[in-house]
Design a protein around this ligand. Structure first.
Ligand code: ADP
Ligand code: MG
Length: 159
């Protein structure tokens, strides 16, 4: 796929299950926002940068450090809710937020592919793999060729 792939849209509510239990909440993009990647990339786990854009007028729960350009891992996969007919893109930002940010605009810049979607026999095996994904993302983004995308004009810099 032609990386970098830019995505943006307001954070949607999902099933509200899984993510937080696994220590890995994922901010879901709305269906319309997925086209730039779903048309060119296969399902699986990707890495890149993401930014939560503070709404005009401000959202008290978002601190300045929450709205920086931050490392992320993204899962692109089939949504069982739509009988697996629709792809969803869910972004886990490698950062501790103090609260949820549903409805807030999020931007993503997808830079590389990590692995396909896998079936796990246990919850622990899944958690182990998610932790590997996070390390892969951080290691890849640490290279200067990728780090430069932190300053990409796709993001709102200087806010
Ligand atoms: P849902 O099914 O509604 O997506 P999740 O358990 O995946 O539920 O939680 C996702 C929500 O958690 C996001 O929409 C966001 O508001 C919040 N959140 C908190 N911390 C993070 C984070 N580090 N990365 C992504 N989302 C986060
Ligand atoms: Mg989610």
């Amino acid at each position: 796929p032609p990386f970098p792939i830019a995505l943006h849209g307001p954070v949607q509510r999902g099933f509200g299950r899984g993510g937080k239990d696994l220590g890995c909440p994922t901010a879901n993009l709305p269906d319309e926002s997925i086209t730039p990647i779903s048309t060119v990339a296969k399902t699986g786990v990707y890495y890149g940068y993401a930014q939560v854009i503070p709404p005009k007028g401000g959202k008290p729960v978002l601190r300045p450090e929450d709205t920086k350009v931050l490392p992320m891992v993204m899962s692109l996969g089939w949504n069982p809710f739509y009988k697996n007919e629709r792809l969803t893109a869910e972004i886990h930002i490698l950062h501790e937020f103090q609260s949820d940010f549903y409805g807030v605009e999020m931007k993503g810049l997808v830079l590389g592919y990590i692995r396909p979607e896998l079936d796990y026999t246990s919850r622990d095996a899944l958690i182990d793999d998610i932790n590997v994904d996070k390390l892969v993302a951080l290691n890849s983004l640490d290279r200067s060729e990728y780090r430069k995308f932190e300053k990409d004009p796709h993001f709102d810099l200087g806010i």
